[in-house]
Structures are given as structure tokens and as C-alpha cells.
Design a protein around this ligand. Structure first.
Ligand code: SUG
Length: 448
């Protein structure tokens, strides 16, 4: 094939303010680790080691830089005035509860950075990006302006790439990006099926919805993305997530299902009207066989799936037929999940091997291997058009390791978030990083 497309995974580099503030109601890990002391250096290194291992396995591994935190611009928007230092000190005094949110390193979970549609699927033949508005959580709703800036800087060439601003900032259009979007296809370069999973219908009170925890993604947001990206009705499937699993803590579809090419690995309770959803996926795959790997509740309960993050895995193609499953080490700590994975490796299916990664720092905030990456399918020309030095190689890996070791603290408690020197450290780290990654201006402080 002349123009073979590949799937690149762009991981978020964990930022220097990584901390545990218990900000995500409905995300069990975030809530249970509130106020623990974090280790940003270890978090960033754990993420980088995963990237390096996937690069060594032959995958194209990209990097998305972290955001500037604490977000002084947001505090100014909320009425704090003076120098940046004064803004931080005043906010810590008058509204300490805001600090965790404006200091969160949550942009590391780049599955939530945006939704990406490969050029094979779109009406104008370009790769389309929409940054996620993340309206469900204040600390995440402030990510999209910089996310857009970063995506526009890296995927800069308008001949190949199209960018859309985040959807309107209302929970009725709550959009959590690729965490609720899976693309199934026969071959990356062929037209695929874009599978959007939503938690609720915002404009239909009669439709089912969870009762306990928020449904972050709406049908209306998913439909808007499909329109913006120019996707044809016959290559899109919208499906509702089972509200009962959201109420158990499955706050995104990527906590209960993962797909790659024509394989869908999912929990039997993942979707409402599951049989109809799978039938539609198969029909729209245009003749190709959908290979379903359905995990029954009796083998792995929804609770086991949530604590182990079995489905928040990366399912990656080693060649035409074989795949590897990248899972967190928490999967080895749960006997039922461990047994299931051993059986999966043996059974007749495309998953040839399972690799375990220690991502504990991110996992304690509910972020597993799949949360940390944004999938971008690119043809060879599109890959060449990627701007900056953002594709991992051995040298970049070494430079990033040194950069982390130079700039990152090894502990952050809640009190540290008010420390103005943390802001200074973050800014000088990010300034150096834009140089390493050869990117232009992407942060607000670089404009000041
Ligand atoms: O949005 N956690 C993130 C985890 C995102 C996981 N992403 C995917 N499943 N794709 C969230 O809930 C917790 C931050 C804190 O509590 O300090 C947080 O934002």
C-alpha cells in the first residue's frame, strides 16, 4: 500500500503540580485518595517509561506537553488581582478550596484532550480535532484553550489538519473527548466506524440517565462533533453507556471498553441495548467481521473492572493479526482479573500478549494507560507534517528524563499548592520544555 496509515499515541507528559485533591466526584480513585501526598517526579517518569516501552516495541509515540499550573489566568478571571504572586496568595487565603482545582495537572489525561477523526473518515479528507470542553468538572473545564493551542501548534499544516474550538460551555454539551470515542476499522487508512458512547441525552428528560453520579458526555455533544468533523451517517454509531455502571464509578466509556481496528474488548454491562449496538457496529464496518471480546460479569465484575482498570488499557496492533494489551499493574493485584488475563493470552483471539505498567501515581487519580493517551491516526504524509519535536526517540527520551529530574519535586501536599515558588518552578520547566520540543508559544505566561 502506498499510503499506509498508522495509529500514533500522543501521551500527556505529567505536569510538575500533579497532586491529589479529590476533584472528580464519580471517579472513585480520585475521591478515595484525596489529600494524599503526591510524587510528581515519579508520576512523570512512570508515564515516560510507558512511552519509551511502546516506542521500543515499534509504535509511533507522541508527546503532548503539560499545562501551566496553578492557572493564574483563571484566578484573575475569578476576581483576584495584583502580581501573579499576590493573586496566588490572595486566592489561598480567601478561597483555599479553589487551589486544588487551579493547580491540577489533569491535562496529563490526554484521552480527554479532544476527539480526533482520521482523514479517511472526514468529508474534506483532513484530520479533524475538537478540543473537549470538559464542562463536568471545573478543574478540567479550564484546559481547552491551551489544549487547542497545543493541538494547533503540533498539527499546524492546514492542508492536512482542521481544528474546531471546544463546544459551548454548558453541561448540556458536556464533551470529554476521545475517552468516549472509539474508531473501529479494517485498516487504519480505510474508512472506519466512529463509535461515540454517551452517558445521557441532555435535551430529553424521558431518556434513561444515571441517578448517583454525573454522566459527563451527552448525546448532543457527540452528535455535534460528528457534524463538525464531517462524518457520514453510515460511518457513525451513537450508543448509550449503561447508566448503572456510571453509578458504580464508570465515569467514561474507556473505563469499561476499548477497541482497536475490528476488535472490541468490552464488559458485558458496558452498553444499554448492547445487542443492537453491536449489530449496528458490524453493519457499518462494511462487510468486515467485528471481533467481539466480551467479558462476562461472572469472570470480572464491574467493581473489579473499576479497581483494576482492566478496560482502561491500550489495545495496539503488533502486525496485521496480532495485538498487545497494555494494562496497569493493578490488574495483577486482583486475582480474578489476573486469571482472566492469563486466559485471554491463551485463548484464540487477536490479543497475543499482555504487558503490565506501573502507573500508580496517575492511577490514584483514576487515570490508567488509556487515559494517558490520545490516538491520532495519520497517513505517512500527515505524520511528516507533524510540527515540533514531539515524536519520541531515544534521545528525546533521555532529554525528557533529565528535564523531569531537574525540575520536578518528589512530594506535593495540599499546602504546597499555595507556594508561589511552585508556580515559578512550573513556568521555568515549561519554558525549557517548549525549547526541547521545538514548539512555538503555547502558554499564557509566554505571551506576558
Ligand atoms: O477527569 N481525574 C481525571 C481522570 C481522567 C481519566 N480519563 C479517562 N478515563 N479517559 C478525571 O476524573 C482527578 C484529579 C484530582 O482529584 O486531583 C482527575 O481529574
Amino acid at each position: 500500500m502506498t499510503n499506509k496509515a498508522i495509529e500514533a499515541n500522543f501521551d500527556g507528559l505529567v505536569g510538575p503540580t500533579h497532586n491529589y485533591s479529590g476533584l472528580s466526584y464519580g471517579n472513585v480513585a480520585s475521591e478515595s485518595n484525596i489529600r494524599d501526598v503526591s510524587n510528581p517526579r515519579e508520576a512523570a517518569l512512570q508515564g515516560l517509561e510507558k512511552m519509551k516501552a511502546l516506542h521500543d516495541l515499534g509504535f509511533v509515540q507522541g508527546i503532548l506537553p503539560p499545562q501551566e499550573r496553578p492557572a493564574i489566568g483563571t484566578l484573575r478571571h475569578l476576581g483576584f488581582i495584583g502580581s501573579d504572586r499576590e493573586v496566588l496568595i490572595q486566592a489561598a487565603k480567601q478561597a483555599p478550596a479553589f487551589l486544588g482545582a487551579v493547580a491540577s495537572a489533569s491535562s496529563m489525561w490526554t484521552a480527554n484532550a479532544g476527539t480526533v477523526s482520521p482523514s479517511a473518515d472526514t468529508a474534506d479528507g483532513r484530520v479533524h480535532f475538537t478540543a473537549a470542553n470538559l464542562t463536568a468538572k471545573f478543574h478540567r473545564s479550564i484546559e481547552h484553550p491551551t489544549t487547542t493551542q497545543i493541538l494547533e501548534e503540533i498539527f499546524k499544516d492546514a492542508q492536512y489538519f482542521a481544528h474546531h474550538p471546544a463546544l459551548p460551555m454548558s453541561t448540556q454539551f458536556g464533551d470529554e473527548g476521545a475517552a468516549n470515542h472509539t474508531r473501529l476499522c479494517v485498516d487504519y487508512g480505510a474508512r472506519g466506524v466512529e463509535f461515540f458512547v454517551f452517558g445521557r441525552e441532555a435535551f430529553n428528560d424521558a431518556a434513561p440517565r444515571p441517578e448517583r453520579y454525573p454522566a459527563r458526555q451527552t448525546l448532543e455533544a457527540s452528535q455535534a462533533i460528528a457534524r463538525l468533523h464531517g462524518l457520514a451517517a453510515d460511518n457513525v454509531v451513537f450508543a448509550q453507556q449503561n447508566p448503572e455502571v456510571i453509578d458504580l464509578g464508570v465515569f467514561h466509556n474507556d473505563v469499561i471498553a476499548v477497541g482497536n481496528r475490528n476488535v472490541l474488548f468490552y464488559h458485558e454491562q458496558a452498553f444499554l441495548r448492547s445487542a443492537a449496538v453491536l449489530r449496528e457496529l458490524e453493519e457499518k464496518l462494511q462487510g468486515a467481521l467485528l471481533k467481539e471480546i466480551k467479558v462476562p460479569t461472572e469472570a470480572v465484575s464491574v467493581e473489579d473492572a473499576i479497581t483494576s482498570y482492566l478496560f482502561n488499557s491500550q489495545l495496539l496492533s503488533l502486525d496485521e493479526d496480532k495485538m498487545v494489551l497494555i494494562v496497569p499493574t493493578e490488574c495483577a493485584e486482583n486475582d480474578r482479573v489476573k486469571d482472566y488475563l492469563a486466559h485471554l493470552e491463551e485463548a484464540a483471539n487477536p490479543i497475543e500478549s499482555v504487558r503490565y505498567f506501573d502507573l500508580k501515581q496517575s492511577m490514584k487519580n483514576g487515570g490508567g494507560p488509556a487515559c494517558l493517551r490520545l490516538r491520532v491516526v495519520l497517513t505517512q504524509q500527515e505524520l511528516k507534517a507533524v510540527n515540533g519535536r514531539v515524536l519520541l526517540d531515544d534521545n528525546l527520551y533521555l532529554e525528557l528524563r533529565q528535564w523531569i529530574e531537574k525540575h520536578y519535586r518528589d512530594r506535593i501536599s495540599q499546602q504546597d499548592l499555595a507556594d508561589p515558588s511552585l508556580l515559578e518552578e512550573c513556568r521555568s520547566a515549561l519554558d525549557e520544555l517548549t525549547g526541547i520540543l521545538q514548539l512555538g508559544v503555547i502558554y499564557p505566561f509566554q505571551l506576558a
